[in-house]
Design a protein around this ligand. Structure first.
Ligand code: MN
Length: 254
């Protein structure tokens, strides 16, 4: 038995709708500017610039209904929220920003039992195990500074608890939704309201394209981009994100 020099934190896991099993998260990728209206609201031209990828740390993603246990890691096996934890049904307003933005997104879960490289779009859906809804929380002011100075976005996108998601729904039960209303409400008022059929890159195209950049593996999650209407959140806001017929989540900003 190998002896480790430090205590390890268990990999974050997500609940699966209608199952006692949990989903172990490996890596988390995100697609930028995958809806034309959102690309335009961010000041770019979707006809000239294709979507692109970035990532979040795996332990930044958590089930909104469960929160994150103190010390991080697996909500299924650890204790209650503490100084560094997140209480169930909440998302913390992160430090060092005055402009926290919501981005509601379809989240794709990669399954199977092997490494996936150079997938053909026609075969890419075979790699998709399931789906849920997520919020790609963004420190927009930090992102603007990063963009204007030509620096990486990592801390604008990959801060702690930056990816609350719903429970995963297996494609076996759901199928592969190519069209469905995707929307986000803050305190009962609609902020974002689009449809999955507005995606520039469809799910099979995203999975195939990403598999040409890196080797995908079971446990990988992909946030597939947000429709127009992104905007600021304040402490106390009640946020509800829904993809109709797929999943929903609710969090209060604390
Ligand atoms: Mn996004």
């Amino acid at each position: 038995m190998t002896s480790l020099a430090l205590p390890t934190v268990a990999a974050s896991t997500l609940p699966i709708e209608g199952s006692a099993e949990r989903w172990p998260i490996r890596r988390v990728y995100c697609v930028g500017r995958n809806y034309a209206d959102h690309a335009r609201e961010m000041g770019s031209d979707p006809d000239r610039e294709p979507p692109f990828f970035f990532s979040k740390p795996a332990d930044a993603v958590y089930a909104a209904s469960e929160g994150i246990p103190a010390g991080g890691g697996d909500a299924a096996s650890s204790g209650a929220a503490g100084a560094t934890g997140v209480a169930p049904g909440t998302t913390p307003y992160p430090p060092r920003t005055e402009e926290l933005h919501h981005e509601v997104e379809l989240v794709v879960a990669i399954g199977g039992d092997r490494e996936l490289v150079d997938l053909d779009p026609a075969a890419a859906l075979d790699a998709v195990w399931g789906y849920t809804v997520g919020i790609d929380l963004t420190r927009r002011d930090r992102q603007a500074v990063a963009k204007s100075s030509g620096r990486p976005w990592d801390l604008a996108k990959g801060f702690d608890a930056s990816g609350p998601v719903g429970a995963l729904v297996p494609a076996e039960r759901l199928g592969h939704p190519a069209a469905a209303r995707i929307h986000l409400e803050v305190n009962g008022a609609t902020r974002q309201d689009g449809d999955l059929d507005q995606q520039i890159w469809s799910v099979p195209e995203i999975v195939a394209e990403l598999s040409r950049e890196i080797a995908l593996r079971p446990g990988d999650l992909i946030f597939t981009g947000t429709p127009a209407g992104v905007g600021p959140l304040e402490r106390g806001d009640a946020v509800r994100a829904t993809i109709e017929g797929v999943a929903s989540l609710e969090v209060r900003v604390v």
